[in-house]
Structures are given as C-alpha cells and as structure tokens.
Design a binder for this molecule. Structure first.
Ligand code: EPU
Length: 426
C-alpha cells in the first residue's frame, strides 16, 4: 500500500487514446461491510479479492480494537484472514470510528449478537451531514433502546425481535445495519424499501453462507428469519468487483478516447450507467469476464440524475460531470442523495470547466478541452474524477490531497499508466 504523506501528488498530462486492459479490484463498500460482519460469529474467515486501499487497514484496526484478529500478511494477493475467537468488547471509540463512515457497520452485528453496543457517532462528511436516524429507528422497531452520551450512541436490547420495517429512503448503511442485526432476532424481520446495491447483495450472500436465513436478496424487500446466536458460523467470501472503480476506467476512455477492457467489471451492476455512457457516444460491450469501453471523438452531453440503485449512483457523479465538461452541448446533473456533493466543481472550474451549480443541480457546458492546473482532491470519488479530468486537460494537472483517492482506489496511477495514460505519482 503506497503511503500518501501530504506532499505526495499525482501528475497527469493530456493523454490518449488509451488501450489495453485493467483489472477491477474488489469493492471498498463491500469489503468493509464484510469485515464488520465477521463480528457476528466465531471462527476463521478468509476474504478474497479484498482491495488494497487505505480504508481496509483502518477497518482492520477498528475490528482489532473490538477483539478480532486480522491477518493482512497475504494482502498482496487480496487475501484477508480474520479470526473471531468470541472475546469481543462492543465499544467502538471515536478515534477509529471518525476515520471512515463504514465503521458504523459494526453497530448492527454488535447489538444483534451481544445486546449492547457503544459506538461513537460518525461525523459529517465533506459532502454534507450523514445522519443515522434510519439505522436507529429500524433497530428500535426490533426492540433496541438508544441513548447518547459524550458523542457516543449506546444501544441495549434483550434478544431483538422480528419487525416490519419500511425505510423512508433506501439507505445503504441502514439496510446493512438492520440486516446484520436481524439475523439474530427472534422471529421474522421484513425490511421494505431496502437498498439494493450489489454490495448489499454481496453482504447478504456472505451472511447466508454463515448460516443466516434471508429471502429477497437483491430486491427491495428483505425477509430475514432470525436464528439463535450459536447457529451462525464463519465463512469464506470473495468481494464483489468495484463498480465505481470500473466506471472510473470507462470514464477515462470516454474523455481520452481509445479501447480498454475493464476486466472483472460486472455490466449488470452498472446497467443504467452503461446505457448513459452509450447515450454519450461511447461503445460499451459487456463480455464474459468484463466490459469493453470504446470512445472516439467528442462525447455528447446528456442530462443525469443520481438515484439509489439501480439508478445512477451518486458515487459516479463526479466522473459524469467531468465527462460532460468536455462533451458537446449542455448537460444538467441533479444530485438526489447528498445536496452538498458538488464541492469538487470548484476544482474542475480551475481546470477551465464551465459549470454552474444551483442547489441540487449543476449545469455543465462542455468545452473542447480543459487546461491543466494544480487542484485538490476533496473526497475519494471527486479525487478520481480530477485525475480523469487531467487526461483531457492541456499541459499538466497536479492533484494534491491524494490520500482521499488512496482510501478507495487500488493503484489508480499504475492502472491508468498501464493503459497508456501519461501519469505519475510523485
Ligand atoms: N440518510 C439519512 N438517515 C440515515 C441514513 C441515511 O438521512 O439514517 C441519508 C443520507 O444523509 C444521504 C442518503 O440518506 O442523504 C443516503 O445515505 P446512505 O445511507 O444510502 O449512504 P451511506 O450508507 O452513508 C454509502 C456509501 C457511499 C455512497 C452511499 C450512496 C459506504 C461506506 N458508503 O453511504 O459511498 O455514496 O452509500 O450510495 O458504503 C464512497 O464510497 O465514496 C461513498 C461516499
């Protein structure tokens, strides 16, 4: 794992056409949740296709503070071994929780298994407030009680009981916490308007291999028949490929042109996005082991709105805004998940992009090209989008604060260079 002290930067020069192939690693937003799920049952777990990203050791440190043993010695092959010997302290301290949002995913397993949990409240994010009210309301419906003290949320319960829960909004985190708590509830929990992201399917699939009884996996209604605590056991699992990293390489082809096979990308998980890439003039061909992305000439502008899965993910949006910045025409982008998630627009404007934002909307007037400049990565996805923008900016683009990119991308620079991008990390 490359270290990213603050002075490290990514330098990108105008590049393309790109060619060759890249392999997409496992998904951050699955791997971190699978790691948290190992709290549910004693035993040895082998998680393969684990991405080599900075958030994985952070989650490992949190799990170790709770009492499990994490062996990262084979992470060069994407293999993480986790041993849960049952001596768990269900207290997640602020210093570890505040580093990554996914740390809130220990809430459901700890509460469901031990009937008590104390987790520091996760703070906001660069793109806005990120409450957990839906997580707590769902767990309360199953019999938990929560209090707040000194910045922590403290949950207690006797054995949780099944409940009918309808989420106000298909929240990814709330779905995961309710699901991982309900596996031990007495009776059946029906979770309606559940999030359907492929990473949730991945988690539910691992829970089933651990002995959980879950119906409706992949749908908006999860039916969880609780089992006794002793009934779950450890399991091995392969992390689902990362659709956002896959989209990043495809968008790189979109702006720089060329033909690249994105190996392990699962077309079905990106259906809506791939249609929109096609609308923009790219040629997208799903194959048995990946997706081939091709582009030549200038992209066409389209309008895009982010929505929960299977809609266009908010995590793709900085990539789409970057593509529209150099597309022919005007595109309107509407953000429906995080109103504040347009901060990176100022950085794209430094590269010459013509973008106006108004509340949830951005109007992007495409330019023929951008102009290289120093910029800062404000978060993981926006950071990657700035790298992609650098491929189509005349001169050199220098991206600072790249520790954000390292949180979710495994060797973005090496992968882009392998398909012909003029890029280096200094
Ligand atoms: N929300 C609430 N109350 C809640 C939960 C969510 O109001 O109790 C709101 C949020 O404020 C937000 C919306 O619902 O406006 C969606 O939040 P959701 O719970 O679905 O998102 P999350 O679980 O916090 C995950 C990913 C994000 C991704 C979103 C949406 C992880 C660790 N994070 O966050 O990924 O953007 O789902 O798909 O899985 C990233 O990887 O860079 C990233 C930010």
């Amino acid at each position: 794992m490359p270290k990213s002290p603050s002075e490290e930067q990514i330098l990108v020069r105008q590049s393309g056409p790109l060619s060759g192939s890249v392999v997409v690693p496992g998904a951050k937003n699955s791997a971190l949740k699978l790691m948290a799920a190992t709290l549910l049952a004693d035993g040895d777990y082998t998680i393969t296709n684990t991405p080599h990203i900075a958030d994985v050791p952070i989650m490992a440190t949190l799990l170790e503070a709770l009492g499990v043993v994490v062996d990262s010695s084979r992470m060069d092959q994407g293999i993480l071994r986790i041993t849960n010997s049952g001596s768990i302290t269900p207290v997640a301290p602020y210093e570890l929780v505040e580093k990554i949002r996914a740390s809130i995913n220990v809430l459901g397993p700890l509460l469901g298994r031990f009937g008590e949990v104390r987790v520091a409240m996760p703070g906001g994010d660069d793109f806005g407030s990120r409450p957990i009210d839906m997580h707590l309301a769902g767990l309360e419906a199953m019999g938990a009680t929560f209090t707040f003290a000194h910045g922590d949320v403290i949950g207690v319960c006797e054995r949780l009981h099944g409940a009918e829960i309808t989420l106000e909004f298909p929240s990814v985190g709330a779905t995961e916490n309710i699901l991982t708590a309900a596996v031990f509830a007495k009776g059946t929990t029906v979770l309606d308007n559940a999030a359907r992201e492929p990473e949730i399917t991945d988690l539910a699939t691992m829970l089933v291999s651990m002995g959980a009884d879950i119906e409706g996996i992949g749908s908006g209604t999860l039916v969880i028949h609780g089992v006794e605590v002793g009934k779950l056991h450890s399991a091995d699992h392969r992390v689902v490929p990362d659709r956002v990293q896959a989209a990043t390489y495809m968008s790189a082809v979109g702006v720089a042109g060329g033909e690249v096979k994105v190996i392990d990308a699962i077309g079905e998980h990106m259906d809506m996005l791939l249609k929109r890439f096609t609308d923009m003039g790219m040629r997208i061909t799903p194959t048995e082991d990946g997706v081939i992305a091709e582009a030549s000439g200038r992209l066409k502008s389209i309008d895009v709105a982010t929505l929960p899965y299977p809609g266009i993910a908010t995590d793709y949006k900085p990539l789409i805004v970057t593509m529209l910045s150099v597309a022919d025409g005007v595109g309107i982008v509407t953000e429906n998940l995080y109103p504040g998630r347009f901060r990176y627009v100022e950085e794209l404007q430094r590269l010459g992009a013509d973008i106006r934002t108004d509340g949830h909307h951005a109007v992007v007037r495409g330019r023929e090209s951008l102009s290289g400049a120093p910029v800062r990565a404000p978060d993981i996805r926006a950071g990657a989008a700035l790298v992609v923008a650098g491929l189509v900016a005349k001169g050199t683009t220098v991206i600072h604060d790249i520790h954000h990119i390292d949180r979710g991308y495994e060797d973005l620079v090496g992968r882009l260079r392998s398909i012909g991008a003029d890029i280096e990390r200094i």
